[in-house]
Design a protein. Sequence first.
Length: 186
Amino acid sequence: CLETHFVDVFIHFTWLHQGKGLLLDPLANVAPNGQATQSSLYANNVHAVNVINGDMTGLCSHTANQSSPWWKLDLLAVHRVRAVTIFNRPDCCPKRLIGAEILIGNSSSTEVTQNPRCGTISSVEGTLTHTFHCGDMEGRYVVVILPGQKRILSLCEVEVYPAVASGAEEGSNKEFINQFWPQECQ
């Protein structure tokens, strides 16, 4: 314990900040662990899974022109969802996303509107990202639906941030300390 060593560690990540002072750790995004589906497919390379692959510069999802198109993420377990971030397509047509609703719940029904609403995209001016604070809504399914006739839903990425379980942060820090410092030095 008397010998001291210093190590410089640089960990690169950004914190997402969107209104109301909420900071989200991008490493906590649970969307990539889920399974994505969508109501229809416009072309062979615009699948629902493109939206949870972490690549915001690649392919997006794209439904056919239809009534109330939707995109659904099965988180494979119930989570308390703190926030959902939607990334709109940067190339064209950002206004298509106006009116899209974000729903969270436990209904896996094909009638995806049965789950409670976390938020609605009311404007796309000035931003490609939209973060909705869901107040720790509980659910296994996250749905983005675009109500109306003859609509096209196109998303480039969706991130889902769960609430941190009480004591989780404290436990993680203790585990980290125990890993690098002997008990007698703590």
